[in-house]
Design a protein around this ligand. Structure first.
Ligand SMILES: NC(=O)c1ccc[n+]([C@@H]2O[C@H](COP(=O)([O-])OP(=O)(O)OC[C@H]3O[C@@H](n4cnc5c(N)ncnc54)[C@H](O)[C@@H]3O)[C@@H](O)[C@H]2O)c1
Length: 348
């Protein structure tokens, strides 16, 4: 597993892999401040630079938390040469990366992903996102870290549900890159040993590197990585974040597959089956979904315009973007697919 560099118009950055945590302390010593997910703070070396802890809750990925952290950092007296280390999952990354992007118009930061989703997906690509009342991830920046350090040991404490969430995003990336489900593996294999996970993370990041290098700003091929996300963001919000992101993406992929069939395309049955198998590992989710707001939430998708709806569909020919006029019939079809997917995979 070789380290590699991701080319970016903002700054190139290196992704480095570590099988043990041996070098963690030494690497952190090169930073002036650590922002870490509270849940993994106990795993960090005792000798650390200044430490700010955050709670990795989706409802706290907001401007209130950003403001609190910016003020705390201000009190440390950092300068433009300072380096921040951000340690945690996607929530810590989004908050820490956004903070780094606005402090003194951008200071250097490194990211240390600790969840499978962050290791296999979000740590490459340079996006940072913050939720506002009007919707999830509606503000943010493109601001890649100077370095990404994947320390696989962090995965040891990850509960199975979070492994499944990460695997859903990894399977999605590999599918967008053209890998067939039978070369990705069965659920048993995917949830098997650490070696399988490490190999999957590596393949997924290489695939993501290639996609984001060809479309960093998310105006072309990178949009295919949004497979399942139109449904997912609406489901997360309509359930008041009672359905977690990775789970919502899985349900969203099943819903998108149903939608593909509804509009006359041949959907990718094998990919849908693998995602269903992954979701079946999770316990029943009894979160209340506010279906009355669902269609309004769908309309807020960043890929959609006032008139044109865009959905990413898993077709037997590959992952493709599909567009059509926004109208009430289309919205009700989207909702119907989401409802069926939730009933079949989550609230079964
Ligand atoms: N910036 C991007 O490109 C990007 C891409 C995909 C998703 N995201 C965002 O990522 C977020 C989801 O991130 P996530 O799935 O990594 O979850 P998360 O950051 O919400 O963490 C999930 C839970 O796991 C805990 N945790 C973290 N590391 C752990 C570990 N090693 N062992 C045990 N528990 C651990 C956290 O404290 C939290 O309770 C969403 O907000 C999503 O929008 C961002």
């Amino acid at each position: 597993m070789d380290d590699f560099e991701v080319s970016s118009k903002i700054r190139n950055y290196k992704v480095q892999f570590h099988l043990t945590n041996e070098k963690l302390e030494e690497i952190l010593e090169g930073h002036d401040l650590v922002i870490a997910d509270k849940a993994i703070a106990y795993k960090l070396p005792p000798k650390l630079p200044e430490l700010i802890q955050l709670e990795a809750a989706e409802e706290l990925k907001d401007l209130g938390t950003v403001s609190r952290i910016v003020e705390e950092i201000g009190a440390f007296g950092l300068n433009r040469q300072s380096r921040i280390a951000v340690i945690g999952g996607g929530v810590a990354q989004d908050i820490g990366g956004f903070v780094a992007s606005i402090l003194m118009r951008g200071i250097n930061w490194s990211f240390f992903p600790t969840t499978l989703l962050a290791m296999g997906d979000s740590c490459v690509g340079g996006k940072t996102s913050i939720n506002i009342r009007a919707g999830k991830n509606l503000i943010g920046s493109f601001y890649p870290p100077g370095e990404v350090h994947v320390f696989f040991e962090f995965l040891k404490s990850l509960p199975i549900s979070l492994r499944v969430e990460g695997l859903i995003e990894v399977v999605k990336i590999l599918a967008v890159a053209g890998e067939r489900p039978n070369t990705i593996g069965t659920v048993e294999e995917l949830l098997g040993g650490e070696n399988t996970i490490q190999d999957l993370v590596y393949r997924s990041l290489l695939a993501k590197k290639s996609i984001v290098e060809s479309d960093e700003r998310d105006v072309g091929k990178r949009q295919l990585l949004n497979l399942g996300h139109t449904f997912a963001h609406a489901l997360e919000e309509a359930s008041d974040m009672g359905i977690r992101h990775g789970v919502a993406v899985g349900v969203g992929i099943v819903a998108a597959s149903k939608f593909a069939t509804l509009v006359g395309h041949k959907s990718d049955q094998e990919l849908e089956a693998l995602i269903r198998d992954l979701l079946s590992v999770l316990p029943n989710n009894l979160a209340k979904i506010e279906w009355r707001t669902f269609q309004l939430l769908i309309l807020r998708d960043k890929k959609w315009t006032k008139d044109i709806a865009t959905l990413i569909l898993p077709l037997s020919s590959g992952i493709e973007a599909w567009s059509s006029k926004v109208d009430p019939l289309l919205l009700s079809m989207v909702e119907e697919c989401a409802r069926d997917a939730v009933l079949e995979t989550l609230q079964r």
